[in-house]
Design a protein around this ligand. Structure first.
Ligand code: SF4
Length: 175
């Protein structure tokens, strides 16, 4: 087991770190608004990449859903699936595309149960807005540009609500 997997399989310290980061980022929101998303991202990106790259193998999608997925980055899925696994998960729980790798969502479900966000694994996340790729997710979160508003204390929201909030319509989803 890699050191990264070892840390992610014990996600509570990561959750505490996120809660602290979240508070700091929200305090910084007026500054980010003044400086602008792109310039703020250029400044924040390096520390974010160093930390989230090392801990989560972050792929820079800029719309972070880590705490909805058991502190497991869904963009490590070769198909970039953000709403659960595909139908190709092997019997041993590994990926059909990369047989040597555990399915991101198998790991996510296991880890989510160890966090306070276990229920959020059932959220329906909107598709990635690729126009944001490369921005700092800490900035897009603070500015509410991440589509999903990943704040851990916000109430659960489904994709339809996110689309409506962003003025993109959306039909009601029956559950
Ligand atoms: S910002 Fe996107 S790519 Fe990076 S850890 Fe979060 S979900 Fe994964």
């Amino acid at each position: 087991m890699s050191l990264r997997s070892y840390i992610q399989d014990r996600p509570m310290p990561l959750v505490w770190a996120w809660k602290l980061t979240e508070k700091v980022l929200l305090l910084m929101r007026p500054l980010f608004e003044r400086v602008g998303m792109e310039r703020s991202s250029r400044i924040v990106k390096l520390p974010e990449e160093l930390i989230k790259g090392a801990l989560f193998n972050c792929q820079d999608c800029a719309q972070c859903v880590l705490h909805y997925s058991g502190m497991t980055c869904p963009m490590n899925c070769p198909k970039n699936l953000r709403n659960g696994p595909c139908g190709g998960v092997r019997l041993n729980g590994n990926c059909e595309v990369k047989p040597e790798m555990e399915c991101v969502w198998v790991a996510a479900v296991r880890r989510a149960a160890k966090t306070p966000y276990a229920q959020e694994i059932y959220r329906l996340n909107p598709p990635v807005d690729w126009r944001l790729k490369g921005q700092a997710s800490w900035v897009t979160f603070a500015l509410g540009r991440d589509q999903v508003t990943t704040g851990s204390d916000t109430k659960m929201r489904d994709a339809t609500e996110s689309l409506k909030r962003n003025g993109q319509g959306g039909q009601e989803v029956s559950r």
